[in-house]
Design a protein around this ligand. Structure first.
Ligand code: THU
Length: 139
C-alpha cells in the first residue's frame, strides 16, 4: 500500500476517535510486512490517565489478528501541526518494528507531513533482543 493511502486510512479513522477531554483526535494505520492494514484511534476517559493512544489501539488490533511485524505506521492528528507519536508509543512501536520501519506523521495540513524512521524517533532503543535468553521470542 502506498504511503499516501496509509496516511489517508489514519486520517479516516481519526474521525472515530473519542477525545472529548483534550479535543485532540488521533488516527493510526499500521501496514504489516504481510501487507495488511490495522487501524486505531485514541479513546479518552473521564479518569484521564485511563485514556489510550491511537497507535496503541492499532498495535492491539494487529496483534489480535495474529500479526507482529510493522513495516510502516501512519499517524494523523486533528491539529494543523505534525502529530508525532508520544514517547510511550515510540516504545510500543519498537516492540514490533525495526529501526528502518517507516513512520509517517501528519496533522490536518499536508505540508506538515513528515516521513521518518523509528530509529530517528527512538535512537539506541531498548527492545526484546536486549533481554537475555528471550532473543527467540515467538508466538
Ligand atoms: N495521542 C495519541 O493518540 N497518540 C499520540 O501519539 C499523541 C497523543 C492522544 C492521547 C490523548 O487522547 C490526546 O492525543 C491528547 O494528548
Amino acid at each position: 500500500m502506498p504511503i499516501e493511502s496509509l496516511f489517508a486510512a489514519a486520517r479516516a479513522v481519526r474521525d472515530r476517535a473519542y477525545a472529548p477531554y483534550s479535543g485532540f483526535q488521533v488516527g493510526a494505520a499500521i501496514l504489516t510486512r504481510n501487507g495488511h492494514t490495522y487501524l486505531g484511534c485514541n479513546v479518552e476517559n473521564a479518569a484521564y490517565p485511563s485514556g489510550t493512544c491511537a497507535e496503541q489501539a492499532a498495535i492491539s488490533a494487529m496483534v489480535a489478528a495474529g500479526e507482529k511485524e510493522i513495516a510502516a505506521i501512519a499517524i494523523a492528528g486533528s491539529a494543523p501541526e505534525t502529530c508525532f507519536p508520544c514517547g510511550a508509543c515510540r516504545q510500543r512501536i519498537r516492540e514490533f518494528a525495526d529501526g528502518d520501519t517507516k513512520v509517517i506523521a501528519g496533522g490536518t495540513l499536508g505540508a506538515e507531513r513528515v516521513e521518518t524512521t523509528l530509529d530517528a524517533l527512538l535512537p539506541h532503543a531498548f527492545g526484546p533482543e536486549q533481554l537475555p535468553g528471550l532473543s527467540g521470542l515467538e508466538g
